[in-house]
Structures are given as structure tokens and as C-alpha cells.
Ligand binder design. Structure first.
Ligand code: BES
Ligand code: MN
Ligand code: ZN
Length: 492
């Protein structure tokens, strides 16, 4: 992806040399709309007539509405682009979405000057970078490309420079996750994903370790090996470790890395199967997050444990009826080879637990039941009560819409197996997201603060772009993980 160049600018409106000037509009409680803070000087150039002009062009301040006005020589910029923030007193998320919608509407523009930063600098930057994201690696013709440069209206101080740096790093981490997810499964398979993770990790100064299939066998990683056994492209376990200055807490990250999920012998229907290229979104998110922790020098120790496999049907596949001996010795009866994510995660969770972390954050595109329960844009969070609620609250505060979900006891007994310690599915479809959570809980060390984020819906946008969410991989829950890490760094 080519990200726009970003800068802070306190230029007077008449000195702006950009091609397009971006301002916000806000709905008024009683109807109609006003200009958002920051637009005053632009309005003055129009003799205070901007609301009337925009109204005549059909504007109403509605969230993400984009209306363009020619400046006809009043400014050096040829166009004012007004983007709707939605209802009054806009939140950071409203600014982020408006900035994203504006960035998408700026495709092909060389340089823009953005006044949304007067409302919220950080949200304006994040929304701009994320909305401008493109993935064109596989297009033979380049097309117009995203906006080349954006100047954000802002004083240039130590504080605002720090905001620019943080917001850019976070948005770039999301873009890194999106790039990995959007890479097709013929090019992103266990070994190549592991290589990319190692490159990203080494560039950020992390300690990296890769277990190949032989090392996995020596180590007894029966879950990862079982799931990976059907593919000619053998599985991996990647570990990326960061130890920050004055690291007071240790956080373990685990993410599901199924580079393609056919379902295996319990094969999936053909319709939409191509979306299972995104079944490594959890892994992409934790790789991007540990790299981000190093870039932002969080005062934490962060260790990502990333199991990677391809779930294929073949003569060598694992099959329904198999019993796998997982890392750490627990046995699992496989009743459905399409419930593969929990099997590779179980190995990784046990391995991550050996580092004796203070917190475990684990994320996966784990269940279709998550999408049924919460839809395409809200992640389900399970785990130990307090940490689960903390992660869900922080997920909401960054606009990634996480919701706390329970782990009912009866679903654990529904996982009892005739032959093994437990089965990988319940044999009924009720509470499928929660049953998967109960399965994972078996492998989490007792007493560890743990959160499992099921992003089966939110990780991948199969519809059109909206706000700062482009098509394909979304990078959810990178910003939630980043914010939880920042919160742990600050509050323990
Ligand atoms: N990767 C899928 C879950 C999924 C579904 C992700 C839709 C994104 C969109 C997972 O491996 C899976 O197949 N889960 C099964 C579990 C079932 C067999 C208990 C499911 O949800 O159907
Ligand atoms: Mn599956
Ligand atoms: Zn899967």
C-alpha cells in the first residue's frame, strides 16, 4: 500500500496550497446543520454563505455524506470538500469515520488540507490513513491511487507531533494487518506468512523464533500438526517477543493463523469460501500489534505466539474421529475438522502460558456463530470476567465495537468426549461462539487474566467501503489490542 504523506500545518486559509480543503458539517438537534469547528476561516472566504451553498447542493450534515464545492478563485485550492460528521457533539469515532469517507473521496488528489483535525487531531489522522488504504499489488494497472499528501490544520507543538506519530503508527499497524489478510492464500501460506512475520519482527528489533513442522513434532504440538496435516504446505508456530524499557507487566498475544480454511474433511460449501482467505486475521492482528508495541516503545513485555496452518482435505488430512494429543498433553476428539481454529489456538495458548504472563489476549476468526449473534461489525469478547469487560469497554472506546459474552457451564459439559479429555465441538449448534470459548478456556492457565476476541465478522468487510473501513481485511482488532496495551502500560 502507498500511504499518504502526513503533516501538521497552521497556515492561514489564504496560504493553503493544497488542491482540496476538507471541512466538516454537523447535524443540528432541531434539524439542519452547521459547519464543524475549523471551518470558520473557509466560510469567511465564502462571505459566510457556505451552509447555504452546501444546502443548495443537497448537504444535510449526515454522517459520511460528501459534498464538493468549487472555490471559483476564492482560495488557491480548487475545491472545498464538506464531509458529514453526523449528530451534534461528534465523538472521536464520528471524526474517524468522516475522515475515512473524505479520504476515500480524495482518491487521485495530490494534496489536501484537512480541518477535521480541529475537532480531533488523532481521529482525523487515523481515519485518513485507514480510509486511504488500498491494496493494489495484484492489479496490472495502478489506477489513480490514494491522496498523495494531507496537511492537518493544527499548531505544531511537541504534543501535536507526538499525536501525529502515535496515530500514524497505529494506522500503519492496521494497514500491515490488512495487507497480510488481503494477500491471497496461494501466496500467503504457513511458511511464507512465517517469513513475513519474521521480517516485520526483525525490522522492529523483536526476538523471533519459528518452529517448522519438525520442531512442532519434537515439541508435541498435536493441534497445529493435526490441522496442518492435510496440506502440502506444512504448519508453523511463530513467536515474536518485545521487551520494553521498564517493562512492569508481561502480556501474551495469541492469534489464529489459518491461511485458508476449506473446512478439511468436514468440507465447507463452495459459496463464499474464498472469504476464508481471511481466516488468519487474528494472527495478522497480533503480529502487527507486537511490532507496534515496539515502535511505540510501550513499557511492557509483549510476546506474540502465532500458530499457522492451512486446513485442507486430502489423503493425509486429519479426520473426524481422530484423537489429537495437544501441546501440554490434553487429548481432544475431533468431531468436526472445520472447528480447526480452536485446535491450533489450544497449542499456542498452552505455549504462551509457559511464559507466565500477567495477561493473555487472544483473537480469532473463530465461529460463524459470532456473526449470527453480533453481526459483521461487533466482535464477541469472552474470558475472565474483569479483563473481558475491560477489553470490551476499550474496544468500544476505539470504535471497534466489542461486546462482552458469557461462558455458560453447560456448554463445557457438552464438550465431554466418549474417548478423549474433550471434543472439539458440542454436537449441537446453540451458543456456538460461547462453546468455542469454553473449549479454549480448558487450555488457559488457572487464574490468568484472559480475553478471547472472536472477530469472525468484523475482521473482513465483504461489502462496500464505509467510513475508514475499506473492502477486504479490516485490521480489527489491532486498535483494540493497541489500546489495551496502552491501558496496561499506564494502569497495570
Ligand atoms: N473460520 C471459521 C469461522 C468463520 C465463519 C469465520 C465465517 C469467518 C466467517 C471456523 O473455522 C469454522 O469453520 N467454524 C465452524 C465451527 C463449527 C464447525 C462448530 C462454524 O462456525 O461453522
Ligand atoms: Mn473452520
Ligand atoms: Zn477457521
Amino acid at each position: 500500500m502507498t500511504a499518504p504523506k502526513l503533516a501538521l500545518s497552521d497556515n492561514a486559509v489564504t496560504d493553503i496550497t493544497a488542491d482540496v480543503v476538507v471541512i466538516g458539517t454537523v447535524q443540528q438537534d432541531g434539524g439542519g446543520f452547521t459547519l464543524a469547528p475549523g471551518a470558520e476561516a473557509v466560510d469567511a472566504v465564502f462571505d459566510g454563505s457556505l451552509v447555504d451553498v452546501l444546502t443548495s447542493l443537497g448537504a444535510g450534515g449526515k454522517a459520511e455524506e460528501v459534498v464538493k464545492v468549487p472555490t471559483l478563485g476564492r482560495l488557491k485550492a480548487g475545491v472545498v470538500l464538506a464531509v458529514g460528521l453526523g449528530k451534534a457533539d461528534p465523538t472521536a469515532e464520528q471524526v474517524r469515520r468522516a475522515a475515512g469517507a473524505a479520504a476515500r473521496a480524495l482518491t487521485g488528489v495530490k494534496r489536501a488540507h484537512n480541518f477535521l483535525s480541529v475537532v480531533d487531531l488523532r481521529a482525523a489522522i487515523e481515519g485518513t490513513v485507514l480510509g486511504a488504504y488500498t491494496f493494489t499489488q495484484y492489479k496490472s494497472e495502478a489506477g489513480e491511487g490514494p491522496v498523495g499528501r494531507v496537511d492537518f490544520a493544527s499548531p505544531n507543538t511537541k504534543e501535536t507531533k507526538a499525536v501525529l506519530k502515535t496515530a500514524t503508527a497505529i494506522a500503519e499497524a492496521v494497514a500491515t494487518a490488512r495487507d497480510l489478510i488481503n494477500t491471497p492464500p496461494n501466496d500467503l501460506f504457513p511458511a511464507s506468512f512465517a517469513e513475513r512475520a519474521v521480517k516485520l519482527g526483525e525490522a522492529a528489533g523483536l526476538t523471533v523464533e519459528v518452529l517448522d513442522e519438525k520442531a512442532l513434532r519434537r515439541g508435541g504440538y498435536g493441534g497445529i500438526l493435526g490441522v496442518g496435516s492435510g496440506s502440502a504446505r506444512l504448519p508453523r508456530l511463530v513467536r515474536l517477543s518485545y521487551k520494553g524499557p521498564k517493562a512492569a507487566k508481561k502480556v501474551a498475544l495469541v492469534g489464529k493463523g489459518i491461511t485458508f480454511d476449506t473446512g478439511g474433511i468436514s468440507i465447507k460449501p463452495a459459496a463464499n469460501m474464498e472469504e476464508m482467505t481471511s481466516d488468519m486475521s487474528g494472527a495478522a492482528a497480533v503480529v502487527a500489534s507486537v511490532v507496534l508495541a515496539a515502535k511505540l516503545k510501550y513499557p511492557l513485555e509483549v510476546i506474540a505466539t502465532v500458530p499457522i496452518a492451512e486446513n485442507m482435505p486430502s489423503g493425509t488430512s486429519y479426520r473426524p474421529g481422530d484423537v489429537l494429543t495437544m501441546y501440554g498433553g490434553k487429548t481432544v476428539e475431533v468431531l468436526n475438522t472445520d472447528a480447526e481454529g480452536r485446535l491450533i489456538l489450544a497449542d499456542a495458548i498452552v505455549r504462551a502460558g509457559e511464559d507466565d504472563p500477567d495477561y493473555l489476549i487472544e483473537t480469532a476468526t473463530l465461529t460463524g456463530a459470532q456473526v449470527v449473534a453480533l453481526g459483521k461489525r461487533t466482535a464477541g469478547v469472552m474470558g475472565s470476567d474483569d479483563f473481558r469487560d475491560r477489553v470490551a469497554r476499550i474496544g468500544q472506546s476505539v470504535g471497534e465495537n466489542a461486546w462482552a459474552m458469557p461462558l455458560p457451564d453447560e456448554l463445557r459439559s457438552d464438550l465431554d468426549s466418549r474417548v478423549a479429555d474433550l471434543a472439539n465441538v458440542t454436537g449441537h449448534r446453540w451458543g456456538g461462539m460461547l462453546a468455542a470459548g469454553q473449549f479454549l478456556k480448558e487450555f488457559v492457565p488457572d487464574g490468568l487474566d484472559w480475553a478471547h476476541i472472536d472477530v469472525a465478522g468484523p475482521a473482513y468487510n465483504s461489502g462496500g467501503a464505509y467510513g475508514y473501513t475499506t473492502r477486504g481485511g479490516t485490521g480489527v482488532p489491532v486498535r483494540t489490542i493497541a489500546a489495551v496495551l496502552a491501558d496496561i502500560a499506564e494502569n497495570g
